[in-house]
Design a protein around this ligand. Structure first.
Ligand SMILES: [Zn+2]
Length: 480
């Protein structure tokens, strides 16, 4: 049993969420029914924009920070007061389209993309929380500003990096986020910093049989580079991660390839460590070019910072998790067990308990929520929209997210977010403490966005993702 009693703000937030329940569920279902991958998810974005405008929010920016599926919506009461940010996501994943049934079955509308990361639930919960909190503020005449950031393309070209680079989080007092999970969970954890690099080599084509001596193979350079990456592994920190794919590797064996390209990611627990890996990789690319008499081009396209946790906010969220009911019907439990059976997991059904608070854990993954966390304290947690044993980025998450299981997740998360939001607006000491903690953790370090992509490159990534070549291009991570 929780050590604290339920706060009044959570009860009021639950009532406010009930008053806008129809809107929240409409967002979730509409986005679920129109799944599209990052940068192509305009319909889903418009669903959020429509509901925010209907509620009285103003769309103050579209295409924010140059990102095609980002937007910023705002609503204020009074001319001063704190500013809070909400972070809805709405992109789907390729190949994970599924019916809302506990087995692999194509979606009825034939869409092959699907919400295998539960972003339909995530987005509905975040936008719904902002609308519910707006109602609470109106009723109790609380001053402040609510800003909803449309965080497009979280799975491939995360909008939060673009928004952070453009300074959209600079004046916030705090930001609030959640992610679908198997169990209710929060705490202090760190996600990895991460760089996405494209390395290409230009060689000279030739007939591979008649005069191979006239050619210089770009593929040779790529192979040499890849071999070097694998030798690096012995001499890098155990926390580091390097993963790559060959994107271009020639067209026919009898033509010396004049072009080759590798797409590589480097991750580690801090940005300086990732910078060091990046420098080494850049030298390796040049070395491979020298050895093969080709020309290398090395570009860091995009990067994510490491997440800066906030214990002050995590404590408060943890309290609310413990007072939020986890009530499932027999049908929902049967659905969950059928999903577990289908994937070969233990048939234990849906979570009925909050997970112990995470204390300073490092997750191997990365998230663009981290780029927000350098600029303002972030409260973040996971809440179930699928059962334990099922993993994110699978058809079963898509399936559950299209049922009342996902709906309950959106509603519970919205209430928790609205409660913490209300507390941040009305408890100056909570804001002060959370911001002092952020300052302490940063210890003078300044945020630097890593974003060097132009629109053409963005579009290319989107096309590539559609082909299923990069369903985890940027952020395979989840928070919580
Ligand atoms: Zn996700």
């Amino acid at each position: 049993m929780p050590r604290t009693s339920e706060r009044e703000s959570l009860k009021q937030a639950r009532t406010a969420v009930t008053s806008v329940e129809r809107v929240i569920l409409k967002i979730s279902r509409e986005v679920w029914n129109q799944p599209a991958i990052g940068l192509q998810e305009r319909e889903a974005m418009e669903v959020h924009i429509r509901e925010l405008e209907t509620a009285g929010f103003t769309i103050v920016s579209r295409h924010s920070g140059g990102h095609p599926t980002a937007f910023v919506a705002e609503w204020s009461q009074g001319s001063a007061g704190p500013k809070l940010g909400f972070l809805p996501e709405y992109d789907a994943l390729p190949g994970l389209g599924n019916a809302a049934e506990p087995l692999i079955k194509p979606a009825e509308n034939g869409r092959t993309d699907g919400h295998g990361c539960g972003h339909n639930c995530l987005g509905a919960g975040c936008t719904g929380a902002a609308i519910a909190l707006q109602a609470m503020m109106r009723q109790r005449k609380v001053v402040g500003t609510l800003r909803v950031y449309g965080c497009g393309a979280e799975e491939n070209v995360g909008a939060k990096i673009f928004l952070a680079k453009a300074g959209w989080f600079d004046d916030l007092d705090a930001a609030l986020a959640w992610h679908p999970a198997a169990v209710p969970v929060t705490g202090t954890f760190v996600t990895n910093a991460n760089h996405f690099m494209r390395v290409s080599w230009q060689g000279r084509t030739a007939h591979a049989g008649m005069d191979p001596w006239s050619g210089r193979s770009a593929l040779d350079a790529a192979e040499l580079f890849a071999h070097g990456v694998n030798l690096m592994r012995e001499h890098i920190e155990p926390t580091a991660r390097l993963h790559y794919i060959y994107e271009i590797a020639g067209v026919a064996p009898n033509v010396v390839p004049d072009e080759a390209r590798i797409w590589i990611q480097a991750r580690d627990i801090t940005t300086p460590r990732v910078n060091a890996l990046t420098d080494w990789l850049s030298e390796l690319a040049q070395g491979a070019a020298l050895g093969t008499q080709t020309k290398a081009t090395f570009q860091v396209e995009l990067g994510m910072a490491e997440f800066i946790p906030n214990e002050t906010l995590a404590e408060r969220v943890f309290e609310h998790l413990q007072h939020t009911p986890l009530a499932w019907t027999a049908e929902e439990q049967a659905f969950a067990r059928a999903c577990q059976k289908a994937i070969g997991a233990k048939e234990v059904g849906l979570a009925t308990q909050v997970a112990p608070k995470i204390k300073d854990a490092t997750l191997g993954a990365s998230t663009d929520v981290a780029d927000v966390s350098w600029n303002t304290p972030v409260a973040v947690f996971g809440w179930p929209t699928y059962p334990p044993g099922v993993n994110l980025h699978t058809w079963a998450v898509t399936a559950c997210g299209g049922t009342s299981i996902g709906d309950k997740g959106s509603l519970a998360a919205a209430a928790i977010l609205a409660a913490v939001g209300y507390e941040l607006l009305t408890e100056p000491e909570l804001r002060t403490e959370a911001n002092a903690e952020l300052k302490r953790r940063l210890d003078g370090r300044k945020y630097q966005a890593v974003q060097n992509m132009d629109l053409g490159e963005l579009e290319e990534v989107s096309t590539r993702c559609q082909k299923g070549m990069g369903d985890e291009y940027v952020s395979d991570a989840t928070v919580g």
